[in-house]
Design a binder for this molecule. Structure first.
Ligand code: C5P
Length: 287
């Protein structure tokens, strides 16, 4: 398709600790966020009005109405730039919807990037950050698209140590999970923020670093979608260095030291569970 395309990479929360709760109900987080080299694509092109079309393997599960987050992102950027929201947006959807790996947040961030270029808009970084946060707590980190230590509700972002070469297998049972429902179901006390060690030398060292950390939303997500526990067991096979849930689920990832091990695990899991969405991808390593 002609136009200007930006990739919306899948977000992977390598760990996710819930450290508190704000008065407005939002939760304070401490998370190491990375991105996998698989995602959706946003293509923007000039038009006299704002419109959105979608295609792709997971597009059927998407609500394409006026409230879609990519249209909200386009309108918010146009308003901030003081210009009419004139563009055609095309979303090629490859990631599952409501899946804990960014999805809508990454699409919104890619829309902001693509339309900024199409319209020649250069918002100040602080204004762009605030606009992204107004669209969703995960949109600012998706705008960065590189390994990031995330805190606050998602608004406090710092460069993480660059990651070693590593590969993930992403598995989703194609059961959507509502983020508010998972936060609501969460029980137990809050985690303390932990210092992050310097750059792990290789994928095994990264897995050792992550072993002491978990996803504090896993138990709540499993209580809503028990298949997540089955996925974590299926991922924990030969060659897998670590298996965890990402975000509020239901997608889980297994960490692998090389692409062949990841591809073999993905194929073996797909043979056992043909109904699941299963992909292997590299982790985007640089800061
Ligand atoms: O900001 P976003 O629309 O992605 O958040 C969806 C919902 O997830 C919020 O309304 C809130 O219930 C929950 N949430 C939270 N703490 C966060 C992020 C999301 O409680 N840090």
């Amino acid at each position: 398709m002609s136009g200007l395309s930006v990739e919306a990479w899948a977000k992977v929360n390598l760990y996710l600790h819930v450290t508190g709760r704000r008065d407005d109900g939002y939760h304070l987080l401490d998370s190491l966020v990375a991105f996998a080299g698989i995602g959706d694509t946003i293509t923007v092109s000039p038009s006299s009005a704002l419109s959105l079309t979608v295609d792709g393997p997971t597009a059927a599960r998407l609500d394409v109405d006026d409230d879609n987050i990519v249209l909200r992102a386009a309108r918010a950027l146009a308003q901030a730039a003081g210009r009419p929201p004139q563009a055609h947006l095309h979303l090629t959807k490859r990631l599952p919807v409501a899946a804990g790996i960014g999805g809508g947040s990454a699409d919104a961030a890619a829309t902001l990037r693509a339309l900024s270029r199409l319209w020649g808009v250069r918002l100040a970084p602080a204004a762009l950050h605030a606009l992204a946060l107004s669209l969703g707590a995960d949109v600012p980190v998706c705008l960065r698209g590189r390994p990031t230590r995330m805190s606050g509700i998602g608004e406090t972002l710092a460069d993480a140590p660059s990651l070693p070469p590593a590969w993930v297998v992403l598995v989703n049972p194609l059961i959507g999970l509502s983020t508010p429902a998972v936060f609501k179901a969460r029980q137990g006390c809050f985690s303390d923020p932990m210092p992050l060690e310097s750059r792990p030398a290789d994928a095994a060292a990264l897995a050792r670093m992550l072993a002491a950390r978990d996803n504090d939303l896993s138990a709540a997500a499993i209580s809503l979608v028990p298949e997540i526990a089955v996925i974590l067991t299926a991922l924990n096979r030969d060659g897998c260095l670590l298996a965890r849930m990402s975000g509020s689920g239901a997608t889980c990832f297994g960490l692998f030291p090389d692409p062949a091990a990841a591809a073999a695990a993905a194929a073996a899991i797909a043979a056992d569970y043909p109904a699941w969405w299963i992909k292997s991808a590299s982790l985007i390593s640089s800061t």
